[in-house]
Write a protein of this length. Sequence first.
Length: 451
Amino acid sequence: MPSFNTITPEAHGFLQLPKMKWFPEAVNHSGLVKGGIYLLSGPPGVGKTTIALEMAIDLASYGTKVLYVALEQSPSDLKNIMEKRIFPHRRTMQKCKPKDTKEWKEGLKQMGKQIGEDTDSKVEEERILQNLLVDSTVSGMESLPDFLTRQVLSEHAQYNGVRLIIVDSLQGLGTAPTSSRPYAQLYNFNRWAKDSNITVILVGHITKGGAIAGPRSLEHNVDCVLYMRRAMRLRPLFVPKNRFGAERYEPMSLIMNRWGCLEKSPHMQAHASKVFSFLPGGAELVEVQALVKLPKFGTKAGIVAPYLPRQKLGQLIGIVSNMKDIDISDLTFEINCSLPGGSTYYLTLDLPLILSMLSSYFQKPVPSGSLFLGEVDLAQEIRTLPTTITGAELANAIKSSPSPIGKIFVAQRSKTALTQDLRTNGWNGEVHGVDNLETLIREIWPDTIES
């Protein structure tokens, strides 16, 4: 038995992913570890296959042989994702030089060493197609060890020399999570691949409750777990297990770009928003603040909103989440709305509450000097102001406010009457009418919703 002072620390080699610059930051190591076993899990449609293919393509473009074992999607489906999503995305990236000239020159130098001076995208894509191999003959997890021995590790095997194997997906052929034998064979496959210094990415499903599908031993038999969630266009990525670096329980925010590929979102930290409103009978404006953020790994989404009705807030979140391309249902909300004089919730706070939540989520402020009044119904329509809100009270509250208000947003049907009432009481700002929530969001933040 060797003593500790005779044991040599393990030095890891890495498979670099030059086009996926967010990956080292997410996993706290510089690339895919050679011989490392990765588990990539998440709900259907979150982008697991796309990320796995992006990794495969990045390595194949530099001459590394990659094998994609397709247990779920057909080779033609995978090729379609490559040609319709990933290749156009990479062409766009190739046209954009980094701002750092030194970094750009160093990048060209490294590419020249590995693949020659020709960086033409067509040549690169041909190289990718040569080095990225797809096999759809494996019948399931139980067949993986035999497949590895015969088709990869044997000297004259057709996939000899492969440095990365992607298995997509573990449950693709309907393997029951409670089945022990398939997973036992999977662990043999992992061990033999690691012994041969072959990196493995296992793509897996999750349960309805959000847990990683399969037995608990699955997580113990991998080196690194990549767990993805969905929050509208954002794809929060967590690393709850990592033998090669620090775990990540706070989300790394990725975003789906126009090609359907994932890249680092510019909105990494949650930011609070502030929106002004008014209650009938009040002498001052109401300030609504919201902080919307992605929950930590292992925690559920929730609402923290003292003195506000939880059921009403849940209804407002549901109204917004029913809009096309907007889903804020799987987030954590911290809302502060101090109602003066112990006032109870009033329906005209619907609109400012919704806009404060969206402002924090989009990380885009509402127009400066704006005030919002309106009840929002289940069809996302903004309802007419009640007669209990008078122009005299509102004008006095605006005049006494330390924050100047120059524009008020209300229902279109309330615009004319409120404008006249406010003019009579000495306020000459703009009253803007709008019919529904989607129209208002498009006016305030035109680049947040697809046409």
